[in-house]
Each structure stands twice: as structure tokens, then as C-alpha cells.
Write a protein of this length. Structure first.
Length: 357
């Protein structure tokens, strides 16, 4: 007879009362509403002079044709130009936040994030290889994205391979990821040394992250990846929570430790590989979002996964709005903004939490 650990079911305990579930649902609804409001607000930023109401009507007309009569110019600006960028920031932030929460849980390391495994550095190396030397696995149009995704998968596979050989200990995964990060960072530095000034400038711009490269096809690929990874991680929420108490405790409760850790890491790695191939490397979102949620004191891991995703979306969407407005008409790369905002925010979280949760 399968145990709750085998099925991924979350047992209802005294702390998991109906009132607690209602509270968590209300919090998630509030976070989702915040993402929507920020997205509509972001759609008003620019020289076109589109107001909040007009942006909302344009989005509603796009979602449900015939809902409102929207001027063609407003529809073109909001739906074709601004909405892909907004949705890319939301989806990338959601993926980073959720993956960061899952990684910190299964590795029992408060500093674990999608970047700790060296996935972002590997993606950067792949993109740099295409930009500087013109070497890629796909055609010219998709060479940079294809290389970034391919090398991100290589880094993930190497980390997982070494972790399997050493029984998937959290320390092994972290240390192998750090080794991968230094290896691919050295490769990026070498390519920048060999490249011409224009190519080096392009590499630097790609590495610091940007959601302005968004398109509907890229959104479809990232959305499909999240549509697979999110249900799986939520399904494994009980197992992920038990792993926080150690491998022995988890095994005694029926959790398949190695299998669970491997499955979660694969899901997080694929999600990270997909999003960094589209938006580049974005710092701190996957690290900070889980700590914001943990400070709220909610014990449900499934709630933590989804809430971390929404917090990540809010952080990245807010950073993109800052990037669009702080030096307008110039647009800052979003990776620069997340780094500048992430450091003080993380220090505040450490101060309030006294120690990393």
C-alpha cells in the first residue's frame, strides 16, 4: 500500500487546518493580483501615453476578443510590444523563485539557487561561443538561444552525474555546481579576451540579462516548460518538505531520497536552462524569493513553491519597471537592476531573520 510520501500527498495535520489553507489561498490570490496589477502598470510605461485603464482594456480585448473597442494603436503598443516583455519577466521570475525554493529545500542549503549549480555560467558560455566565434548547434537565427540552452543542459547533466556517483549528497551537488560555475566562467573570460570589441560588448550585454528579447514563440516555450515543471514540483511538495529534516528522517518516512532529489533537480535544471537561454543571467531573484516566503512562517511546502514563484515574478517585474524608468529614454539591463536591488534586500532579510532560514 503506497504511503503519502510515495504519492506526494500532503497529510492534513493540526497545523494544516482549513483556516490555514484558506489563509494560504488568500495570500496566493493576493500575490497573483499583485503580479497582474504590476503588469498593467508596466504596460503604461513609455512615450505612447497609454493609461492604466486603456492598458487593461487592451489586455482584456486580447484575452477575450470583442470585450472592448480598443484603438488600433493602443492594441499594437500594449499587446505586440509591451505584453511579451511583461509576460517574459513574470514567467522568468516565477520559474527562478520556484526553482530556488525547491533547490534550497532538497539541498538543505539556504544559499542554493538556480545559479549555484553553474547553469547560468554554462548558458553564458554557450551564448558567448555563438557571439564571439559563430559556433552553434542551430541556425544563425537561433544560434545564441540554442547554444545557451544546450550548454545549460550540459552543466546540469554533469552536476547530476557526479551527484549520482556520490549518492546525491547535498554537499556534492553544491560543490560540483560551484566547480562548473568557475569552469564556464573561465571559458567566458577566455572568449572575451579573444573576441573583437563589438562581440565582447554583445557578450557583456547578454550576460547581464534582458527581458526585451521576448517574443511569443519564446513565451510559448518557457510557458510549456513551466507547465510541466510546476505540477511536478507541487506534486512532490510533501517529499520536498520532509527532505529538509535530513535524508535519514525522510527515508524513515517512506521518501525515496535519491530519486526525489534527482527528480527535483532535473525539473529545476530544465526550467533554469530554458529561461536563461531566453533572458540571460539574472541575479538574486532565485535566491531572495524563497527567503521572503520563509519569513512569512508558512509550513506548507506546496504553498512555499507557488508563493516563491509569485514573489519571484513580482521582484523581476518590479526590477523591469525600474529598468525602464530610472534613466529613460535609456533602458537598463534588468540584470543590473536585480543585482543593485537584490544585495540590500538580501541584507535586510538576513537582518530580520537573524540567520538565513
Amino acid at each position: 500500500m503506497a504511503s503519502s510520501a510515495d504519492t506526494g500527498a500532503v497529510p492534513v495535520t493540526g497545523s494544516e487546518t482549513a483556516a490555514a489553507l484558506v489563509t494560504e489561498a488568500a495570500i496566493l490570490a493576493g500575490l497573483a493580483a499583485t503580479v497582474v496589477v504590476l503588469g498593467l502598470w508596466a504596460a503604461t510605461i513609455g512615450p505612447a501615453g497609454i493609461g492604466f485603464t486603456d492598458a487593461a482594456r487592451a489586455v482584456a480585448e486580447w484575452a477575450v476578443p470583442g470585450t472592448f473597442d480598443v484603438p488600433k494603436m493602443t492594441h499594437t503598443v500594449v499587446v505586440n510590444i509591451r505584453l511579451p516583455r511583461i509576460l517574459m519577466a513574470d514567467l522568468a521570475g516565477f520559474g527562478l523563485g520556484m526553482a530556488g525554493f525547491a533547490m534550497q529545500a532538497v539541498l538543505r542549503n539556504p544559499l542554493a539557487s538556480p545559479y549555484t549549480l553553474g547553469i547560468s555560467a554554462a548558458a553564458g558560455f554557450g551564448a558567448s561561443l555563438a557571439i564571439v566565434l559563430g559556433i552553434g548547434i542551430l541556425s544563425e537565427q537561433y544560434m545564441i538561444v540554442g547554444n545557451a540552452f544546450f550548454f545549460a543542459l550540459i552543466a546540469s547533466a554533469l552536476v547530476l552525474l557526479f551527484s549520482v556517483r556520490d549518492n546525491s549528497s547535498p554537499e556534492t551537488v553544491i560543490l560540483t555546481g560551484v566547480a562548473m560555475m568557475f569552469l564556464f566562467s573561465a571559458g567566458i573570460t577566455l572568449l572575451q579576451y579573444l573576441g573583437d570589441p563589438y562581440a565582447v560588448q554583445s557578450v557583456v550585454f547578454w550576460l547581464i540579462g534582458d527581458v526585451g528579447r521576448a517574443s511569443w514563440s519564446k513565451l510559448g516555450a518557457l510557458g510549456a516548460t513551466l507547465a510541466v515543471a510546476t505540477p511536478y514540483l507541487v506534486y512532490k511538495g510533501w517529499d520536498i518538505g520532509i527532505l529538509r529534516f535530513g535524508d535519514d528522517t525522510a527515508a524513515s518516512l517512506g521518501v525515496h531520497v535519491d530519486r526525489t532529489r534527482m527528480g527535483v533537480m532535473v525539473a529545476c535544471s530544465l526550467t533554469t536552462a530554458c529561461l536563461v537561454s531566453f533572458v540571460g543571467t539574472i541575479a538574486f531573484v532565485g535566491l531572495i524569493a524563497p527567503h521572503v516566503v520563509k519569513l512569512a512562517g508558512r509550513a506548507n511546502e506546496r504553498f512555499g513553491l507557488i508563493a516563491s514563484g509569485f514573489v519571484g515574478a513580482i521582484l523581476l517585474a518590479s526590477a523591469d519597471m525600474v529598468a525602464l524608468t530610472v534613466l529613460k529614454p535609456n533602458v537598463l539591463p534588468i540584470g543590473v537592476v536585480t543585482a543593485f536591488l537584490g544585495v540590500p534586500l538580501f541584507l535586510v532579510l538576513i537582518r530580520r531573520g537573524r540567520r538565513l532560514p
